[in-house]
Design a protein around this ligand. Structure first.
Ligand SMILES: [Zn+2]
Length: 238
């Protein structure tokens, strides 16, 4: 069971190679986010990732840059010997949190649960951004992140229950992580925390399961082509 939501653990995982690259700090921002999202739901990959992270940690401590609490006390105690800062700082933080709680809600649906590790990686006021409709569909998306250098885009997408996502083709790779709900396509059923990697040329038409909306993160490079009726095609977000 997932500690975050009590739902079953993910059954579809990223290739282990991606966990190794993540541990080595080699992933682009969008893929760091999709991998972190999956890790937040997946104890099995967290264990593997921890194993791959160890040599990096060893390297850090060899250079003496790893933070540590020595015999003199914690870093906070050294900065604030009388402990006066702590209280006002937590009040300030609580104030900021309250503001974000108030503002950072989608106007069209309750937000999906986010693993704690992911919250700081997503932009503040994400739901206050422009949410656009995907062609031929009631699905909505917003651009979380676009990196021109690697030409990768990360979208957050909301699809209503029992809805088809329009058929489309991936011109490059796509990572999908399900934050809430579930969809099915020719690769199987993908529920909360599941990670789907689509190779270039993949064509699919995900179908959201009845009962609950589906929230996903989708990272893609090289764009997506929607293939609508009568050969209508639209190149999207490349
Ligand atoms: Zn996993």
């Amino acid at each position: 069971m997932s500690q975050l939501t009590g739902n079953p653990e993910p059954r579809h995982h990223p290739p282990e190679e991606m966990l190794v690259q993540h541990a080595a700090g080699q992933l682009d921002t969008a893929r760091r986010i999709t991998i972190e999202a999956h890790l937040g739901f997946c104890p099995r990959c967290r264990t593997a990732f921890a194993r791959w992270s160890q040599p990096g940690e060893a390297l850090l401590s060899a250079f003496g840059t790893a933070p540590s609490a020595g015999p003199g006390g914690t870093a906070t105690a050294e900065l604030d010997p009388a402990g006066e800062l702590g209280d006002s700082w937590s009040r300030l933080e609580a104030g900021i949190d309250a503001l974000e709680e108030e503002d950072d809600r989608p106007t069209f649906a309750p937000p999906p649960p986010l693993p704690p590790g992911l919250r700081g990686m997503l932009p503040a006021r994400l739901y206050q951004r422009r949410w656009r409709r995907i062609p031929f569909s009631t699905a909505r998306f917003t651009i979380v992140e676009h990196d021109q250098e690697s030409s990768t885009t990360l979208l957050m997408v909301h699809i209503g229950p029992d809805r088809l996502f329009p058929r489309h083709e991936h011109l490059g790779y796509e990572d999908v992580v399900v934050l809430e709900g579930a969809f099915r396509d020719q690769k199987g059923l993908f529920g909360q925390g599941d990670f789907q990697l689509n190779e270039p040329g993949t064509m699919h038409r995900p179908e959201v399961q009845p009962g609950a909306p589906c929230w996903i993160l989708s990272r893609y490079d090289k764009g997506v082509r929607f293939t609508g009726f009568r050969g209508w095609a639209q190149r999207f977000g490349s």
